[in-house]
Structures are given as C-alpha cells and as structure tokens.
Design a protein around this ligand. Structure first.
Ligand SMILES: *Cc1c(COP(=O)(O)O)cnc(C)c1O
Length: 754
C-alpha cells in the first residue's frame, strides 16, 4: 500500500503540507490486531489462522507491547498517528527506538519491583531498518566565529539509524510512517584522537554512544535533568530535522533551482508539532541550520522557524517543567546556547524589567537555567493546552505574560482517543450493539454516537448494552480470580482506577474511600451495601518514594479487606499489576472488561474513574459536583488538620493508617503517608474527601437500579463522541497546521489506475 505522503505527489493531489509529530514517547502497545482492524481483514485472518489449527487470540497474546511511553502523553502520540493516517494527512511520527521501554512492574510483598523491558529480544517484525537514511548527530565541541560565518567544530558524532513502522489508516488504502531513531557509534568512534593504541577499550566504548537510545526515562510529569536525557532530546531533534530538510529539498517544493533552495516556502510545506517541550531543541536547531548552514538572514530564519513550529503544553506542575542548567547545556550544545541567548535578546521585546525577568528563557539564580517552555512559546506560532480547563490555566497563570503579549497564539485542543483501538478492537461486543442501531459510520465519525440518545428508552437496546457489559465483567472476574486468587462477585460494581501512580492523580483519595466503606461495613454488619470490586493499577516512577508507598498502601488495604470473613465478596481491593496499553485494552481476549478509555460509568457519577486521555476532557461535557477545594489560589491556605478533626470517618481512617491497622507486621509503615497528608499535602486530598464520599454514595444508589444505571451508561456513551482523536486532529490540521484533512479516495493497490 502506497505511503500517503508519496501518493499525494503521485496522485497530483493539491496540498500538501507534511506534518511532523515530534515526540520522545510513542506508547503504541501491540500492532497485530490493530493492523488487521484498520485493514479490515480480521475475519479473514481469523479464519485462515483457524484453518492452520492455530488460535488468533493466543497468537495476539504473544506479541510484546511497544511500551515506548509513560502514560497519557505517549499514548496521545500513538492515537494521533492512527487519526492522522485515517484522515489522510501526510503525517510522520518521529521519535526514539528505545531498546528498553517502560519497565515491567512486579509486585513483591505488596511493593513495586521494576524489571527491564527487553521488548526487542525476539526481534520486532513491524519495523524495517533504513540504513540508507542513517544520519550523523553532533555533540560537544566548540564554536568558531569566522568571516564566512559560524562553525560548530571538534564535535563528537553519533549516528542515527532510522527504523520505520507502518501506520495504516482505517480502511482508506493509506499507510503513514513512524520513524524511530536508534543510536549507532561510528566505526572510528574513539579510535582517532582518544584511546590511540587501545583498540579493545575503544570498541567497548561504543556503548557510550549507543546508550543514547538505550532506555526510556520512566518519569511521568517529572523533570529529572540528567545529561543522557538531554542527549536523547537533541538526538531525535537533530536526526529528524535533517530528514525533514532532505525531504523538503528532494521534493520540488523548495525551488526549481536545486542549488538555491527557497526556504521561504518551508512553513507552507512543513509543520512541526512539539509534543511538550521534550523536542523543544527543534527551535534552536532549525535556526542553526537556516542561519549557519543555509546562510539565511537571522530575521528571515526566525520567521520561518516560528511559522513552522507549534507547541503543545501538557502540564502546569512546576516539577514537570524542563529547566536545563546552562552549564550542562553549554558543554553539550555550545552553539545552541548562543542561539538561545540571541533569541532571548532579539525576540523578547519587553520594557518592564520585572516582566522581562519573568518571561526570560534564561532563569537567573544560584544555578542559571534554560526554561524550555518559554523557548517553545517564543519560537512557535501556536501554543495549545490539551483540555478546555487546562488551556484556560495556561493562559491565566503559567504563561500569563506571554498570553497578554500575543493572545492570538494561544489555543485549546481537547485530547481524544482513537475509536479504532479503544472501541472496535477492545470492545467488539459494544461496537456491534452500537452498529446495530446507528450503522458503522461512527468508527470514523464518533460524533454520530449522539444518535444513541434516540434509543435510551429502547428496551431491547438497554438489555443488549447491559448484556455486553455483563459478559465482559464475567470474563474479567474469571481472570481476576485466576490471577489474584481472590473470589470476585461478578455483579458487584467494578470501580477501576488505572493510570500512573502520582499524588495529583488522587489514588490516596480512593484509598480513603475504600477504608471508609470497609469501616461502615464492619460497624453495621446487617446493613445492605452495594458490593464493589475496586481495582487500582499503574506504575510508580522508580525514584518516586511517595508513589511507591501508595502502591504498598493499596496492596496492604487489600490484604486486610480481602481476607476479612465479615466482608465476604461485598468489597474487594485488587492492585492490577503491570498496567500498560495491552492491559488497558483487555477486550475480546480472555480478560474482558469494558474499555477503560470510554465511559461505562454514568455521567455525574464518574468520580474516580476519570478515564483518559479523555479524562480532563470528559469533565467539559459532564456537569459534576464542584470539588470542595474552592480555594485554588495560593493565598488560600489549606489546613488538613481542620478536616481531620471535623470529619469522624476521615479521622478514623487516618488513625488506622497511623496505628498500623493495615500493616500489622510493620505498624509504622505508613507514617510518611500520614505525615504528608496531614502536614504538606500539595494536592489537598482531605478537602475533597466529603464531596467524594457523597458522590460515591449517589453512584451506589444508582447502581441499585440496573435499568436506570444502563440508561445513564447509554447517555454517557452517546455524549462521548467529542473525545475522538479524529476530531482533535481535524482541529490541529485546520487551526494550527493550515491543512485540510482531505477526503481523497486512494484506490486500492491492486486495482490499476486510469
Ligand atoms: C490512556 C493510558 C494512560 C493515560 O491515562 P490517564 O488516566 O490520562 O493518566 C496511561 N497508561 C496507559 C497504558 C493508557 O492506555
């Protein structure tokens, strides 16, 4: 099947700007089933494999996840690739082919233990090495200013080997490319100036260069500031920009005269989207190429760069913002540091000195640092947040000064997910029931789900939806019983909270809810409770102490509750080990359970189940109880002890944690958790406790009325259409990249064209 980027040229399609999505993470998961779904050949393959005496589901389970991401940011990049191919955009994903993806999580004695993710051990059938496109990337060295211009010399070179993975669109005869770079030492690495005479040492030292693409940093929303990570960021940027410019020059977009390429048209043909600040070096690197190599005038180069680049902000958490020490930067990328200083001087035209200091790319202080977010805002023509509320915060707090100066730059692009993987592939039962009512067009136009509102009173439909859910739950119960040796009540409410473990993601609030339910059951044994199976899963960054304590807390609470004979199967707490993309799917395979990305829980009752990347987005569509944290301003102080003293059930739960009720073998185990919650909880968990308990109470009441529950499920599904990544990408295309997703029909490859 022809590559879309090529077929645009071949078919003489007007257009065609190429879209480059740069990301340090592509959390792809498995590829086999997704490929069959998008090519519309699942049934054919199923039949063929069956005739060979094999089982397709069994084969699918053998595939390793491509776990080249941490969480939402990396999965978003993967969903975007699917949508861009499906919408027929000439789009490329560019990233790093990490030899080790996100670690595998083992739970030992209730604690997280990490294991290396050697996903390439048995080879990767979906990738193709392209040594003919290998490119050099330079590091270190020094800068020489001469009459002919600026030279970056005496550098160390690492080679970037591209590996291409096909990205098929959904039944549209289009296949795009994800190109991931792998680091390769040059054959003369360390043999020339260093280690002369020590050939063996020099060969062993090749590892130093090749370590660049060795491993994904396992931090979610946290900036670690390691030199190897900065090398990774420049590595992907430098290789990708060379590739982009080679492609720009080789197409006749540049100029009729191949000698003097006209870079003024570059932004009309090339759009670079920066997935967070991780590939922010694209801005100074493009400036370096245009000014130092292509000899373009600075001001012209700056216009080209700005019109080419756009920046997506993912978080406002201060600890997540990239601020590289100038000293480290200067050693590794001396020319880029100069360029950043010049950008800062020439393109930050601010009189007010205090404002200038706040907006500077260079932060003064005992350690001078480069603020990568500021660099991105200054060097991009568009800046977007990823949910309505988030984009408002971006404008009104973190980038307030920049917004006041250039308000037209700031946009919102609410995240979405691909309905192919997250509905068709992982919940074919539900997709089938929906298709029976509204046809199959919702697969590429998810807004059509709203037609389901016509069927909220359709008894057959209500029954069918309930049946699909019940079947999924039955399968999942069997899997849980087998895996965790816990007796599950399949008709209990499945309360699932899966995402990276982080204080801001509120797993501790969930724990307090569970403990409170448990205490209520023990206090009033004869009262009727809505049975619940609470499942919490997610990885903790290996160096994040509190996140690891949270995992130990969840497993400890489970140990006590799950073995309490007075509780029976009315309340179970299970930690889902090694949560990852293929686990999030768990649809048609033996494991069952509804998609964790689309909304089965009723709107308004969606308390802790804020599923994502639609999670923050969902709240846009759904009226909810205001969180008790009305005080979001810095001036409003938060006094945890006040809540602790005022709310008896909260106090009891905290006292149990303090006394070792849930950790009899180590009573002091949760001392630090309690101390954090009571004395320095940045995320004000106690302030939400009451509203959260009340909301969960309403969820319980609704669950007692299965028909009403299912009707709300249907309404919720009907209003989830906005959260398709097709809608998100259509907005990026029109409002940031200046391209129109084309409805051009590419003919199937085996039918000859006229
Ligand atoms: C979707 C997804 C995430 C992101 O979930 P959030 O709730 O937005 O944090 C993380 N990990 C995996 C495996 C996912 O599929």
């Amino acid at each position: 099947v022809a590559s879309r980027a090529l077929s645009n040229v071949a078919l003489n399609v007007p257009s065609c700007g190429r879209i480059y999505y740069l990301s340090l993470e592509f959390y792809m998961g498995r590829t086999l089933q997704n490929t069959m779904v998008n090519l519309g050949m699942q049934n054919v393959c199923d039949e063929a494999i069956y005739q060979l005496g094999l089982d397709l589901e069994e084969l699918e389970e053998i595939e390793e996840d491509a776990g080249l991401g941490n969480g939402g940011l990396g999965r978003l990049a993967a969903c975007f690739l699917d949508s861009m191919a499906t919408l027929g955009l000439a789009a490329y994903g560019y990233g790093i082919r990490y030899e080790f993806g996100i670690f595998n999580q083992k739970i030992l004695d209730g604690w997280q233990v990490e294991e290396a993710d050697d996903w390439l051990r048995y080879g990767n059938p979906w990738e193709k090495a392209r040594p003919e496109y290998m490119l050099p990337v330079h590091f270190y060295g020094r800068v020489e200013h001469t009459a002919e211009g600026v030279k970056w010399i005496d550098t160390q070179v690492v080679l970037a080997m591209p590996y291409d993975t096909p990205v098929p669109g959904y039944k549209n005869n289009t296949v795009n490319t994800m190109r991931l770079w792998s680091a390769k030492a040059p054959n003369d690495f360390n043999l020339q100036e260093f280690n002369v005479g020590d050939y063996i040492e020099a060969v062993l030292d090749r590892n130093l260069a090749e370590n660049i693409s060795r491993v994904l940093y396992p931090n979610d929303n946290f900036f670690e500031g390691k030199e190897l990570r900065l090398k990774q960021e420049y590595f992907v940027v430098a290789a990708t920009l060379q590739d982009i410019i080679r492609r720009f020059k080789s197409s006749n977009f540049g100029s009729r005269d191949p000698v003097r390429t006209c870079f003024e048209t570059f932004p009309d043909k090339v759009a670079i989207q920066l997935n967070d600040t991780h590939p922010a070096l694209s801005i100074p690197e493009l400036m370096r190429i245009l000014v130092d190599v292509e000899k373009m005038e600075w001001e012209k180069a700056w216009e080209v760069t700005k019109r080419t680049c756009a920046y997506t902000n993912h978080t406002v958490l201060p600890e997540a913002l990239e601020r590289w020490p100038v000293t480290m930067f200067e050693k590794l990328l001396p020319r880029h540091l100069e360029i950043i200083y010049t950008i800062n001087q020439r393109h930050l035209d601010v009189r007010d000195l205090d404002r200038l200091r706040r907006m500077s790319v260079i932060e003064e202080g005992d350690c001078k640092r480069i603020n990568m977010a500021h660099l991105c805002v200054i060097g991009s023509h568009a800046v977007n947040g990823v949910a309505r509320i988030h984009s408002e915060i971006v404008k009104n707090s973190v980038f307030k000064d920049f917004y006041e100066m250039e308000p037209e730059k700031f946009q919102n692009k609410t995240n979405g997910i691909t309905p192919r993987r997250w509905l068709l592939l992982c919940n074919p039962g539900l997709a089938g029931v929906i298709a029976e009512k509204i046809g199959e067009d919702f697969v590429t136009d998810l807004s059509q789900l709203k037609k389901l509102l016509d069927f909220v009173d359709d008894e057959v439909f209500i029954r069918d939806v309930a049946k699909v859910k019940q079947e999924n739950k039955l399968k999942f119960s069997a899997y849980l019983e087998e895996t965790y040796k816990v007796k599950i009540n399949p008709s209990s409410m499945f309360d699932v909270h899966v995402k990276r473990i982080h204080e801001y993601k509120r797993q501790l609030l969930n724990c307090l809810h569970i403990i409170t339910l448990y205490n209520r059951m023990r206090k009033d044994p004869s009262k009727s409770f809505v049975p619940r199976t609470v499942m919490i899963g997610g990885k903790a960054a290996p160096g994040y102490y509190m996140a690891k304590m949270i995992i130990k807390l969840i497993t400890s609470i489970g140990d006590v509750i799950n073995n309490d004979p007075y509780i029976g199967d009315r309340l179970k707490v299970i930690f889902l080990e090694n949560y990852r993309v293929s686990f999030a799917e768990k649809g048609k395979t033996a494991k069952g359970v509804d998609s964790l990305k689309l909304p089965p829980l009723p709107a308004g009752g969606s308390v802790n189940r804020d599923r994502s990347p639609a999670a923050p987005a969902q709240r846009e569509a759904t009226p909810r109880t205001e969180p008790a944290t009305a005080c979001t301003s810095l001036l409003c102080r938060y006094n945890a002890r006040e809540y602790y003293e005022r709310i008896p059930e909260l106090r009891q739960a905290i006292d149990q944690l303090s006394s070792g009720f849930f950790s009899p073998k180590d009573p002091g185990c949760f001392r630090d958790v309690v101390n954090m919650l009571m004395n320095h909880d940045r995320f004000k968990v106690f302030a939400d406790y009451q509203a959260y308990m009340e909301c969960q109470g309403r969820v319980d009441q609704l669950y007692r009325k299965p028909r009403e529950w299912t009707k709300k499920v249907i309404k919720n599904i009907a209003s989830s259409g906005k959260f398709s990544s097709d809608r998100t990408i259509t907005e990026y295309a029109r409002e940031i990249w200046g391209v129109e997703p084309s409805a051009v029909k590419i003919p199937p490859p085996n039918i000859p064209r006229e």
